[in-house]
Write a protein that binds this ligand. Structure first.
Ligand code: GLC
Length: 464
């Protein structure tokens, strides 16, 4: 017989057992059942997984020969060919890696759109991206810090100002690849023919010379001849051209480094009105739809006396198949009221996407592409300005592109667009600016009216 005490003890024991069943033992049993199933699955999984892991290793080994790196770059002039050549050299030196060069749109804003789609999807489809000098501030979040991948050893070889431009919060988000500055191309043979000693020093001189040569060449039977071709489409290239006009006329740089919106001033308005006067007189009506390549095509066909363009047009103009080979030279752009010409700073960097599956190899590729030897190759073959200082003392480079030496000051004093002062709104600022200038070029309004409105738009964009 159980007395009350023993009963209580028994009940307690029973409760304990039940508790154990509920919390541990029972679940153990349940687990065992499940484990049986799970185990089977697990075993199946493991069986599956192990070969899978093996496959991966094999795949990696196979992929060791097949790591694919994609460079997203430009194809203005001969850019794509030049990039493919460097990609081939990299592949020879790195047998495990295949490099593909993906062509992107010529116009900067279209190219930016392509890149943003990839970044917004955090897609690994691109590894190395050719990025514009105006983008570091807007795009930094999508790129690795190249200082973590060996760039510290070479950064000091490049122009300090470009390294600084590409450094965001202490991170080097792009290794400089080539730099750009706006130049005036002029036909030496035609200047001589019409009795001019040298290129125009001022915009007024350019107007006069362009008109004289244009009239002369047309009278001699070339109805397609124009005085001056440049970039007048509503896109980033027009921001570059118009900034040059305005800076050369003491009209500021749209938004100043301290953030002051300066565009609404009479000096800026006067020179943009003056440029509007070129459309249909010394420049074709169609110039308001021209990009770099449209201007170059007309120039290289022998149908223009002057052209505003970047250095890349130099080697193409002197190529064997070019009708103007040996018949032109380059000079600084003409001056307005400031007494000195101004060149907009352009140029491109190589950045490695954060979403790349092979950042290590991609960074190796970017640094290889931007190395001394490769920049030298591009300088000689493509007249693309190096960002490595020592290349401006390299005899072979100077022989291929003598203006790298004679116009050195133009390159190092080029005027920056306000991309740092307005980041991350630069693209919007520039679009407001080039649309406003374009409306003046097409005769919709005068520059004073356009810039009054532009000032208000910029205040909105910049929240001032
Ligand atoms: C050139 C310049 C670049 C600029 C572009 C405008 O590619 O290097 O900085 O934004 O032209 O069209």
């Amino acid at each position: 017989m159980l007395n009350q005490k023993s009963f209580k003890l028994l009940a307690l024991l029973l409760a304990l057992v039940l508790m154990m069943v509920a919390c541990g033992g029972g679940s153990e049993e349940a687990d065992t059942t499940e484990t049986d199933t799970t185990d089977t699955t697990d075993t199946a999984d493991t069986t599956d997984e192990e070969p899978a892991a093996e496959e991966e290793t094999t795949e990696e080994a196979a992929e060791g020969e097949e790591i694919v790196l994609r460079i997203f770059g430009g194809n203005v002039g001969q850019e794509k060919e030049l990039t493919e050549a460097v990609a081939n050299r990299f592949m020879e030196a790195n047998p495990g890696i295949r490099v593909e060069v993906i062509e992107t749109p010529d116009f900067v804003e279209d190219r930016l759109g392509t890149y943003l789609q990839i970044f917004e999807a955090q897609s690994p489809e691109g590894d190395v991206f050719q990025i514009d000098v105006i983008w570091p501030g807007d795009l930094a979040e999508h790129f690795v810090d190249l200082y973590e991948y060996g760039a510290a050893d070479v950064a000091g070889d490049h122009f300090d100002a470009i390294i600084e431009n590409n450094t965001v919060d202490g991170k080097l988000i792009g290794i400089p690849w080539f730099t750009d500055a706006g130049l005036l191309y002029y036909r030496t043979d035609l200047l001589e023919k019409y009795g001019y000693d040298g290129p125009p020093a001022t915009w007024a001189e350019l107007e006069e010379m362009a008109m004289t040569i244009q009239e002369g060449e047309r009278a001699e039977g070339n109805p397609d001849f124009w005085g001056y071709v440049w970039q007048g489409n509503a896109y980033e290239g027009l921001t570059c051209d118009a900034l040059e006009w305005i800076a050369s006329n003491d009209g500021g740089s749209i938004v100043e480094p301290d953030g002051t919106i300066s565009i609404n001033n009479p000096q800026a308005a006067a020179i943009v009105d003056q440029a509007a006067g070129w459309v249909g007189t010394i420049s074709p009506e169609g110039v308001t739809a021209f990009g770099e390549e449209d201007a170059r095509n007309m120039w290289q066909a022998g149908n223009a006396a002057f052209m505003r363009n970047w250095p890349y047009a130099y080697s193409l103009g002197n190529a064997e198949d070019s009708v103007i080979a040996g018949l032109f030279d380059v000079s600084p752009l003409p001056a307005g009221d400031s007494g000195a010409g101004a060149a907009t700073l352009g140029g491109w960097q190589l950045a490695v996407s954060k979403y790349s599956e092979h950042p290590e190899e991609a960074a190796r590729l970017a640094l290889f592409m931007a190395s001394y030897d490769e920049q030298k190759y591009r300088a000689i073959e493509g007249s693309l300005n190096p960002t490595i200082k020592a290349l401006y003392d390299d005899a072979e480079v100077l022989e291929a592109a003598p203006f790298f030496g004679s116009l050195y000051d133009v390159f190092i004093n080029a005027v920056a667009r306000p991309s740092t002062a307005t980041a991350p709104q630069y693209s919007d600022v520039s679009a407001a600016f080039f649309n406003s200038v374009h409306s003046v070029l097409t005769g919709e309004q005068d520059a004073a009216t356009a810039f009054e409105v532009l000032e208000l738009d910029l205040q909105d964009i910049l929240d001032q």
